[in-house]
Write a protein that binds this ligand. Structure first.
Ligand code: ADQ
Length: 491
């Protein structure tokens, strides 16, 4: 049986899992069976980027990590990944910042990943690369002569060509992505955007609506939405409901309803608009004054990126505004914490909440929506309010679907959820539960891996040795530089 090799920017060690906020580690839990290898960044910054991985084994799984040099980290992670790709692929062109130096840093970290990973690979390994930080890794592995099947899954949205063309190196990025045998997306809309962008930017031939050919063979595309372990999460929520933290939260509410939001503190998650909508609820429907509190748990994320610091300041102000206007001496409408909370504690909080607010301005999928549904008591469930711009909304149409930019409409949806009768809540919840059961974490992994096993192999890229790790970095770095120069127009 082939070994599965997962590659992601950050490796999540079992010892760090409990309180880590982030969908990727949750999504990949099911794929990590004994005998697998997970490769990526250790989370540590060093004087320079290491090209030899440190390996630790937990529960039969090998975790191989490298450290990133301070300068590489800044250009690769804070710069190109989170200053350019993240906003652009979330349709936030106003926040897009392109610096060629950052792009080169991104390419060289992808090279370093390939250099450190290649010696660990076996001939029949299945390599599964994750997300926007590693779009060029498949090409770097190919240039080392790695012929294994390589899959790439994008956890975040993909934009239409008109957006992608803003990226000066779009063609080079797309070209590099075609070194993967299989590219996966969260939704059909993202997959179609990718196909259109590809056709408009580089020279490929579409074989059918899912597959295209290029000079080295074929690349297939697939939609495999990320899900959760529904039964596991339900049991966790049932257990957590009787634990001290949940009981303390319940008693602090003194009979009032709880609305809950759980997100990484990120500008894609629509938190300022959510806070505005919650304030607007009391203006439009004053009968809810003193009757409901919103608990927003917003784990700090990417704190060294300027835009994230600005968002934090903006949210601090907004919380003050809403609470200043509506609080009473014995009631605070908005409870706000900026740290990660243990997953099982969150599961208990979801279970006692009457409203789950999941209102991103754009999101690849959004696992919080699925966790909220799984955590509910089916005999007296809460109501999910879900942004139409979350990938999750494609299959969760029985939630109250909102446009998160329309603050009044979100306020009205909260009102509707708070007064919804039990019969309607149960009907909606049972349809939502069936929907999340049809797309679990396990089915995400199985569908992608099965499709990767069946994907046609690609031809060896010219100039590289068949199936052997070619340690001649000098010539490869030259190739990389050449490719950059060809794709980045002169200023
Ligand atoms: P994320 O943007 O990280 O992931 P999401 O899908 O919402 O987003 O997952 C977040 C996970 O972290 C959830 O499991 C949630 O419970 C947890 N979490 C969030 N805030 C937390 C907090 N304060 N404390 C503790 N845990 C917290 C990316 C994409 C998403 C996509 C996932 C998976 O942006 O669109 O759904 O990958 O593919």
């Amino acid at each position: 049986m082939s070994r599965l090799v997962i590659v992601s920017n950050r490796v999540s060690l079992p010892t760090e899992r409990g309180t880590k906020a982030g969908g990727l580690a949750v999504a990949l839990d099911e794929a990590m069976i004994p005998g697998s290898l997970w490769f990526g960044w250790s989370g540590r910054r060093a004087a320079s980027t290491s090209t030899r991985a440190k390996i630790v084994t937990h529960g039969g799984i090998d975790f191989a990590t490298i450290d990133l040099g301070e300068a590489d980290y800044t250009r690769f992670y804070a710069g190109f990944s989170n200053g350019a790709l993240w906003p652009l692929l979330h349709y936030r062109t106003g926040l897009f910042e392109f610096r060629r130096d950052d792009y080169n840093g991104y390419r060289s970290v992808n090279v370093a990943f390939a250099d450190a990973l290649a010696p660990l690979l076996r001939p029949d390994d299945l390599i599964w690369i994750h997300d926007y930080q590693l779009l060029t890794l498949a090409a770097e592995l190919r240039s080392l002569g790695i012929t294994n099947r390589i899959g790439l899954f994008l956890h975040i949205p993909f934009v239409p060509p008109a957006f992608l063309h803003i990226m000066p190196t779009a063609a080079a990025l797309l070209e590099a992505m075609t070194s993967a045998n299989l590219i996966g997306f969260q939704t059909e809309g993202d997959r179609l955007n990718f196909m259109e962008s590809l056709n408009s930017c580089i020279n490929v031939t579409q074989i059918n609506d899912r597959c295209f050919s290029h000079s080295c063979g074929q690349t297939e595309t697939i939609v495999t939405p990320v899900g959760i372990d529904v039964d596991g999460f339900t049991s966790m929520a049932q257990r957590a409901a009787n634990r001290p933290d949940t009981l303390r939260l319940t008693s602090s509410l003194v009979g009032r309803a709880l609305a809950i939001g759980v997100d990484r503190l990120d500008y894609t998650k629509g938190l300022p608009q959510r806070f505005d909508a919650f304030g607007q609820l009391f203006r439009r429907h004053p009968e809810h004054l003193r009757r409901v509190s919103l608990l927003q748990i917003a784990a700090r994320s990417r704190e060294d990126v300027d835009r994230y610091q600005a968002l934090r300041r903006e949210l601090d102000r907004k919380v003050g505004d809403v609470n200043g206007e509506f609080s009473d001496f014995d009631w605070t409408p908005l409870r706000y914490m900026t740290r990660a909370v243990n997953r099982s504690t969150i599961a208990g909080f979801y279970r006692i909440a009457k409203i789950g607010l999941v209102t991103p301005l754009r999101d690849g999928m959004n696992l919080v929506a699925k966790e909220f549904i799984a955590a509910q008591n089916p005999e007296d469930p809460g109501v999910l309010i879900l942004s139409r711009f979350a990938g999750a909304s494609e299959r969760l149409e029985d939630a109250l679907i909102v446009n998160p930019f329309d603050v009044d409409a979100v306020a009205d949806a909260i009102h509707r959820g708070l007064i919804m009768d039990k019969f309607e809540r149960i009907a909606r919840h049972s349809a939502l539960l069936a929907a999340i059961r049809s797309q679990t974490a396990a089915s995400f992994c199985t569908q992608f891996i099965d499709a990767l096993k069946a994907a046609p192999l690609q031809a060896i890229r010219p100039g590289h040795r068949n199936g052997h790790y070619n340690s001649s970095k000098k010539s490869r770095r030259f190739l990389v530089r050449e490719r950059n120069d060809a794709s980045v127009p002169s200023p």
